[in-house]
Ligand binder design. Structure first.
Ligand code: SF4
Length: 325
C-alpha cells in the first residue's frame, strides 16, 4: 500500500487543518447564534498529546503543512506549548479572529508558528459590533500589528463579504491592508452556518469582488497551485490580493486538504457528511499503523468535490465553528 494520503481522483493530501476547539469569543452572525452552540463535551476533546500523535501519523503519510483553527484557537490553554511540539513536525500556520494576538503573537512566533490569517469583515466599529456581537474591533487591529511585529508575515486578512451588509467596504479594506502590508483574501460565504440559512443570492461572488477591485487597481494573476485562494499582484506588486471562490469557482480538483476536528474526527472535505473517528480508535489502543490505515481509508473515500451545485446537496450537520477554516 502506498504510504500517501491518496484519493481515487489522484489527489494527495499534504495539508492538515486541525481544529483546536469549537468554542469562540465572538458570535459572528453567519457562524454562530448569540447564545453560542452546544459545545463539544470536554471529555471528547483531544488532548495535546493526542493531537501531536495524530499529526505525527499524518506527517508520516506525507502531510507537510498544518493549519491550526477553531472555533477560536487562541483560547486553547497552553497553546504556545502545543505549537512548539507541532512545529517540530510540520510547517505551521493559524487562522484566528485576532483577539489575544497582542498577548500571544510573540510567544507563538517564538514557539515556531510561521503565519497567521486574521478574520476581519469590517473596519467600522458599529458594523463590527453588529456582525460579531462584540465591540472588540480595536483589539483585532492591534492583534494584527502585534503579529506583524512578531514576524508572522505576511499577515493575511480573511474577509467574508455579504450583500447589503459589508460589501461596500471591499475597496476600503483593500486600501487599508495595502497601507499596512497585509495580504487580503475575500472568501465567498459558504453553506456551513448552524442555522442552514445560507442563501446563494446574499453571497458576493468572486467575479463581483474582482469587478470592484479592478475599478481601483490593476490586478495581475499569480500562479495558483493547490492553494484555495486565487491571487493577484496589485498594480504590478509586490502587494497581493486573493479571492477564495469556493462556491462560484470551486477548486476541488486540486484539493490537498483534510481536517481533524477538536473531538478527533477526520474529515476528508470541508463539506464531508461522513467522518472517521480517530479518537475512539486512539483511546482504544490503536497503533500508529492502524491509525494510518484509518486515515488512508478516509481519504480514499473523498468525493470529487463539495457538490454545492448538485440538486441533492446536503449541508454537513457539523457547523463551521466545529470544523474550522
Ligand atoms: S470543498 Fe472539499 S474537496 Fe473542495 S477544496 Fe474544499 S475541502 Fe477540498
Amino acid at each position: 500500500m502506498t504510504a500517501a494520503l491518496l484519493d481515487t481522483f489522484g489527489r494527495v493530501a499534504t495539508d492538515l487543518r486541525v481544529s483546536l476547539t469549537d468554542k469562540c469569543n465572538l458570535r459572528c452572525t453567519y457562524c454562530m447564534p448569540a447564545e453560542g452552540l452546544p459545545w463539544l463535551p470536554s471529555a471528547e476533546l483531544l488532548t495535546d498529546d493526542e493531537i501531536v500523535r495524530l499529526v505525527g501519523v499524518a506527517v508520516s503519510l506525507g502531510v507537510r503543512t498544518v493549519r491550526l483553527t477553531g472555533g477560536e484557537p487562541l483560547i486553547r490553554p497552553g497553546l504556545p506549548g502545543l505549537v512548539a511540539r507541532l512545529a517540530d513536525l510540520a510547517e505551521l500556520s493559524l487562522t484566528t479572529n485576532g483577539l489575544g494576538l497582542t498577548r500571544l503573537a510573540q510567544p507563538l512566533a517564538d514557539a515556531g508558528l510561521r503565519r497567521v490569517n486574521v478574520s476581519l469583515d469590517s473596519l467600522r466599529a458599529d458594523r463590527f459590533l453588529a456582525l460579531t456581537r462584540r465591540d472588540r474591533l480595536d483589539e483585532v487591529i492591534a492583534g494584527m500589528a502585534a503579529a506583524a511585529a512578531a514576524g508572522l508575515t505576511p499577515v493575511k486578512v480573511n474577509t467574508v463579504l455579504m450583500r447589503g451588509v459589508n460589501d461596500d467596504e471591499a475597496g476600503e479594506l483593500l486600501e487599508w491592508c495595502l497601507e499596512r502590508g497585509y495580504e487580503l483574501r475575500f472568501i465567498e460565504q459558504m453553506p456551513l452556518d448552524p442555522q442552514h440559512a445560507w442563501d446563494r443570492s446574499s453571497m458576493v461572488t468572486a467575479d463581483e469582488v474582482l469587478e470592484r477591485l479592478t475599478a481601483r487597481h490593476t490586478l495581475t494573476p499569480v500562479e495558483r497551485g493547490s492553494a484555495p485562494a486565487e491571487v493577484w499582484l496589485v498594480d504590478g506588486g509586490p502587494a497581493r490580493v486573493g479571492v477564495v471562490g469556493s462556491v462560484s469557482r470551486p477548486f476541488c480538483g486540486a484539493c490537498d486538504r483534510i481536517r481533524l476536528t477538536a473531538d478527533g474526527q477526520l474529515r476528508n472535505c470541508l463539506f464531508a457528511r461522513e467522518e472517521s473517528d480517530l479518537r475512539t480508535a486512539l483511546r482504544a489502543g490503536a497503533t500508529d499503523a492502524e491509525l494510518a490505515v484509518r486515515m488512508q481509508a478516509a481519504v480514499r473515500a473523498k468525493k470529487a468535490g463539495h457538490g454545492i451545485d448538485d440538486p441533492d446537496f446536503l449541508q454537513p450537520d457539523r457547523p463551521m465553528s466545529a470544523i474550522g477554516g
